[in-house]
Design a protein around this ligand. Sequence first.
Ligand code: CMC
Length: 431
Amino acid sequence: MTDSNITATLTVHGETYELPVHSPTAGPDVIDIRKLYSDAGVFTYDPGFTSTASCDSTITYIDGEKGELLHRGYPIDQLAGKSHFLEVCYLLLYGELPQAKDLEQFETTITRHTMLHEQMQYFYRGFRRDAHPMAIMVGVVGAMSAFYHDSTDVSDPHQREVASHRLIAKMPTIAAWAYKYHIGQPFVYPRNDLDYASNFLRMCFAVPAEEYEVNPILSRAMDRILTLHADHEQNASTSTVRLASSSGANPFACIAAGVACLWGPAHGGANQACLEMLEEIGSVDRIPEYIDRAKDKNDPFRLMGFGHRVYKNFDPRATVMKQSADEVLELLGVENNPKLQVAKALEKQALEDPYFAEKKLFPNVDFYSGIILEAMGFPTSMFTPIFALSRTVGWVSQWKEMIADPQNKIGRPRQLYLGETTRDYVDIENR
Ligand code: CMC
């Protein structure tokens, strides 16, 4: 963080205060209000953090106007096109692209941590079969705190490293087993000779009666889905992980909090909600009715998979995801899938509508990811768990950065209180 030469001047209650302004390496300058309350006795008010930088970070940068997403400076389209998920994991965690030997060692480490403690199976069996896989994941990820005691001391850098590897390595197994339990099939153990994405596909789709041949095009598409969702700066679930960990809570509990936050339909749950919306629309001729509903202020309905808090021109992840959707659907011979037809027509009609143009609403990454995942054979309930497994590396990288930061303090926002002021208790008979 560099101090710029400028300061911001704030006048409040007749007094003037000079506030330092910091210049980032990219993005808007940031007014430092850390001493505002102690100096001026006022708070700032910013529900939803639309104008507030909650931390400093060197991991991910988004320029919402340009539609740019950088991980450690590398554009997402280059990473999605030339790299692969585990290399991006290394980049996010350690800040640089790995040398060949470092990557090999990292891949070996992740591969050797993919099994779950055998006792965790019984934890799964405590859930109802119809439990949503995200509900199971929130529970099982949190339960890792009870199984891996040698990686819960956050003050020990070695334990933090082990916890990071365990989370990235075990998340595919946790997600795949949530799915297997949900559909009543036996758990499939991880296999070390497969790459990360292929191993996940196999754990989801193999059965003891028949081996699952991983199609390399599907495995590549899955790897790309994972890469595109790997991190996204200080979004709701990442901020949840940071806030939870600011108290010194153990890593597994913090990541479980991130999984819980991600589940919401305004965040990671949008991919499931989007597919359900396409199903509900059902046919191209019903699209205008849904577009009218999305525009109606008195109707809470929104076009799922449209809009983004930060991107205001396009979502660069959606551009890559759309290409991937075309490839996968062609490979699987399902280009005429009715939901895809509705999706394509909906995208076109919404983009031509002045309401969406004025509000800068366009398809986000989740508009296309669900279409690919459904074509691969995943039920809608697995879309958000797959997002959670991809985002784990982002949560972990941001968590590690935060714990190692000497400025780390417990997160404790203040409020604009609008309730009653002090009043005396009234006995029940006198109310
Ligand atoms: N359909 C119709 N209108 C919308 C939509 C939508 N999808 N999104 C925003 N608007 C309108 C909204 O009604 C508001 O109108 P007005 O100014 O007249 O009140 C305006 O656009 C701004 O909306 P906002 O809710 O203030 O914007 P936000 O930055 O708080 O919300 C969002 C961003 C992503 C939550 C929102 O666009 C949304 O709910 N989209 C649908 C859910 C979705 O696809 N989420 C996935 C995001 S990408 C994956 C991820 O990062 O998790």
